[in-house]
Design a protein around this ligand. Structure first.
Ligand SMILES: [Zn+2]
Length: 102
C-alpha cells in the first residue's frame, strides 16, 4: 500500500531494491532497508537446500553457492521474492539516507 495516497500496490509496481514511483500519485517509494538483505539471505538458503538435495557437500557446496550469488541476486531476489513476501513500503526520502549525513 502506498504510504502517501493509500493506493494498493501490485507486485509488479514494487522493486525489491532502489526506489520506484507510486502508479497513482507518483510519489517516490522504496522497500524498507533490510528487505534486499532479507531476500538475499532467504534466496541463498533456498538455493543451498537445492544444492544439498542435488548431492553437493562441503567445499563443492560452498563453491556452488558462491557461483550462484550473482544470478540469485539479479534473478530470484529482484524479480520473484516480492511475490513470496511483500516488502514494507516507505516513502523514499533522499534527505534521510545515511550518505547525506557525511
Ligand atoms: Zn501513492
Amino acid at each position: 500500500m502506498c504510504p502517501t495516497c493509500s493506493a494498493s500496490l501490485t507486485c509488479k509496481d514494487i522493486r525489491a531494491a532502489g526506489r520506484f514511483p507510486c502508479p497513482v500519485c507518483k510519489a517516490l517509494l522504496r522497500a524498507s532497508e533490510y528487505y534486499p538483505l532479507l531476500t538475499l539471505v532467504v534466496s541463498l538458503s533456498l538455493v543451498a537446500v537445492v544444492f544439498v538435495a542435488l548431492g553437493f557437500r562441503g567445499v563443492r557446496l560452498f563453491d556452488a553457492l558462491l557461483w550462484s550469488v550473482i544470478p540469485v541476486i539479479y534473478y530470484l531476489a529482484a524479480h520473484f521474492f516480492k511475490y513470496l513476501i511483500l516488502p514494507q513500503i516507505e516513502p523514499f526520502e533522499p534527505g534521510l539516507t545515511r550518505r547525506s549525513l557525511y
